[in-house]
Design a protein around this ligand. Structure first.
Ligand code: PLP
Length: 356
């Protein structure tokens, strides 16, 4: 026997891990700087580490109280009813919930190109079909209502990413509202704010009160440094918030993840330090990389380096792992995550050395 026809399904390629690269190049992992997956330069919040250690004894229980506590805490912080907060196994898990809640077999979704690989993957898993809108380099990957609406043709979900991965560009809330206005009543406009903490722009969260066709995605993976525990959340309009109870995988967020998330939310110092350093590093890349870069609202910068694969390979041999954007359809660009001050400077030195 065989699984269903998966020939249209892509394979997700994550940024390469330190151990993997160290083994391949026969280097000490401690000598490598990994700036390929937009992870937190300071690691997890120490408070989250402590919470996981002290909740380890609770691993035999299903995460009932911790799940409810985290939902309540997020609802409180964002001024929403608890039902409007959808927890998931990473932001990716929440993307699956949106697809599961929205798509009938054959429904189409509209995704950005270049864009985050998991949008089309998730939609295909849920028997959806994919159409793309283009963010073009000629326009500096600018995101406007017009860019999206020109491509729109009645799709059930429109995915927006702000700040956008891998380019760093943003879309204003007026444009989001305009897209929601000018698309069908049954079209969901999903605003992915995975990097929302790193920008000064305001969240599209207010639109969730004003309308029933905008939802938001957020994650603990980036600014909170919890990528390894897999914890993300969505905000959805009140009108259909109860769908969660019908579509969620029971206990999608684990006991350890929920405890870590609760602790991380209280650790303002860690988030502030992370965001501050990312903002410093973005500027440092803009000023010092010997390659064109784009303004970024995230904890990464896109740089045009020529042959990205060759540059990434050479940088890696010199101890710095960056993301070759070939898989995003940008074979001339690398994406470099904001590191600590030291790692950011090392990255610039190494990449400039390679470009030389
Ligand atoms: C990292 C990221 C996510 C979510 O990642 P998780 O680790 O699954 O929370 C979602 N969207 C974009 C654009 C991202 O870069």
């Amino acid at each position: 026997m065989q699984p269903r026809d998966l020939s249209a399904h892509g394979v997700y390629r994550a940024g390469r891990g330190i151990e993997e690269v160290a083994r391949e190049l026969d280097l000490d992992p401690d000598d490598l700087v990994k700036l390929a997956s937009n992870e937190n330069m300071y690691g997890p919040s120490p408070a989250a580490v402590e919470a996981i250690q002290s909740s380890a004894e609770q691993m035999h229980s299903y995460p009932k109280a911790s799940h409810a506590d985290l939902v309540d805490r997020l609802a409180d912080r964002w001024g929403l009813a608890p039902e409007q907060v959808w927890l998931g196994n990473g932001g990716d898990g929440v993307l699956d919930y949106f697809a599961r809640a929205m798509l009938e077999p054959g429904d189409a979704v509209l995704v950005p190109a270049p864009g985050f690989a998991y949008y089309p993957m998730s939609a295909r898993f849920h028997h959806g079909t994919i159409r793309e809108y283009t963010l073009s380099k000629a326009d500096d990957f600018e995101q406007t209502a017009e860019t999206v609406l020109e491509a729109y043709d009645g799709e059930r979900i429109v995915y927006l990413t702000s700040p956008h991965n891998p380019t760093g560009t943003e879309i204003g809330n007026d444009d989001v509202a305009e897209i929601a206005d000018r698309t069908d009543e049954e079209t969901l406009v999903l605003v992915d704010e995975a990097y929302g903490e790193f920008t000064d722009a305001t969240s599209a969260r207010a639109l969730v009160d004003e309308r029933d066709d905008v939802a938001i995605l957020r994650t603990f993976s980036k600014a909170y440094g919890l990528a390894g525990v897999r914890l993300g959340y969505g905000f959805v309009p009140e009108e259909w918030a109860d769908a969660y109870a019908r579509i969620n995988t029971p206990f999608a967020a684990s006991e350890l993840a929920c405890r870590a998330g609760l602790a991380a939310l209280d650790d303002d110092e860690h988030v502030e330090k992370t965001v501050e350093t990312a903002q410093w590093a973005r500027e440092y890349y803009h000023e010092h990389l010997d390659a064109p870069t784009w303004e970024s609202g995230g904890n990464f910068v896109l740089a045009e380096v020529g042959d990205a694969e060759a540059v990434a390979d050479a940088a890696q041999r010199d101890g710095v792992i960056v993301r070759d954007c070939g898989s995003f359809g940008l074979p001339e660009c690398v994406r470099i995550t904001c590191g600590t001050r030291e790692d950011t400077k090392t990255a610039v030195e190494v990449v400039n050395g390679v470009l030389d």
